[in-house]
Design a protein around this ligand. Structure first.
Ligand SMILES: Nc1ncnc2c1ncn2[C@@H]1O[C@H](COP(=O)(O)OP(=O)(O)OP(=O)(O)O)[C@@H](O)[C@H]1O
Ligand SMILES: [Mg+2]
Length: 313
């Protein structure tokens, strides 16, 4: 069931099409990752979905509400960590006071406020800092506090713009675990903007790659890996005449490129599952002594770069 559905969602800033007819569906209780380089339109998407900005064209449904027709309802069911999340806290108020203030603003029932704040601050390992002024916390701790604020009213949907960008690796891991456990336990839906490919790969069910306001590719993590596998790099290490091996390899129609080293070849092969055995047979028949024929470990990062490169053409 779609919890976030964008329909031709678009935003112009003057002549600039910051977001151009974006269609995304995020299933309830899933974790969705929006990846893209600087200026791709990720934060603009978050701002539109959180009703801070109005679309120039198109719209989106958040839960059962339309962002244009029902922005107040959308805000009630949405928790937001904006890009400059930590700057939206009140610096002269303590961590605790900040959360108390926002809990009231979000209409969290009075009797639940102290417990909710303690639970969140404890989880984020900020309880000891509850009486520190937000403005005097480190950047990472401010970001954790901003995350607590986004979660305060137990929103159904969380829009997190680069949630771990200011966090150290341990805190970042903790936030990832939190996201996964919340999605599982409460069925909360997460929409995460990120540059961090390995992070997205680890926690997101589905991923979209955005560039210059347009979605270039979307799919599950394994679908994206599958696409990458259609053209895979292999390392072939041999003992003996490398020039002969190069000749055999480069004369195959399914070999897209060959880079030759001292005793190894880096070969890009189309449909390797079908073609690898043929290549190996031809090498053996030519008398090449193969000592290694291994798949180069490919990551989402390779795919991401490949897709973006294609987008430039
Ligand atoms: N308020 C605004 N007025 C004019 N242009 C804007 C405004 N906000 C964003 N833009 C432009 O829209 C484009 C998309 O910006 P956006 O902040 O959404 O990118 P992003 O993907 O979040 O990038 P980053 O990874 O750097 O955070 C950029 O070219 C940006 O300069
Ligand atoms: Mg951004």
């Amino acid at each position: 069931m779609g919890e976030i559905i964008t329909n031709q969602l678009s935003k112009r800033f003057g002549e600039l099409k910051a977001l151009n007819r974006v269609d995304i569906v995020v299933q309830r209780g899933s974790v969705f990752g929006l990846l893209g380089p600087n200026g791709a339109g990720k934060s603009t998407t978050t701002r539109l979905l959180s009703t801070v900005l109005k679309p120039s064209f198109g719209t989106a449904q958040m839960g059962e509400f339309d962002i244009i027709e029902n922005p107040v309802k959308v805000r009630e069911i949405t928790g937001v960590l904006p890009e400059e999340g930590s700057h939206t806290l009140y610096p002269s108020m303590t961590a605790y006071q900040n959360l108390e203030y926002f809990a009231n603003l979000y209409d969290v029932p009075d009797e639940e406020i102290p417990e909710r704040i303690e639970e969140l601050l404890t989880f984020m390992e900020l309880w000891e800092r509850k009486d520190d002024k937000a403005g005097e916390l480190s950047t990472g701790n401010r970001q954790r506090l901003a995350l607590c604020r986004a979660l305060l009213h137990k929103p159904k949907i969380l829009l997190l713009d680069e949630p771990t960008s200011a966090l150290d690796p341990i805190a970042a891991k903790r936030v990832r675990e939190l996201i996964l456990s919340l999605a599982k336990k409460y069925g909360q839906t997460f929409f995460i903007n990120s540059h961090n490919l390995s992070e997205v790969q680890r926690i997101c069910d589905r991923i979209a790659i955005l560039d210059e306001g347009q979605i270039l590719l979307t799919g599950t993590t394994s679908e994206l890996r599958q696409k990458l596998r259609a053209k895979q790099e292999f390392v072939i290490r041999i003992v003996g005449d490398i020039k002969k091996a190069e000749f055999v390899v480069s004369s195959q129609h399914f070999v897209e490129s060959v880079k030759t080293g001292v005793d190894s070849l880096l070969v890009t092969i189309e449909n390797p599952t079908e073609n690898n055995s043929q290549l190996m047979r031809d090498l053996l028949n030519a008398g090449v002594n193969i000592v290694e024929f291994a798949e180069e470990e490919a990551s989402l990062e390779d795919l991401y770069l490949e897709v973006l490169k294609g987008g430039d053409n």
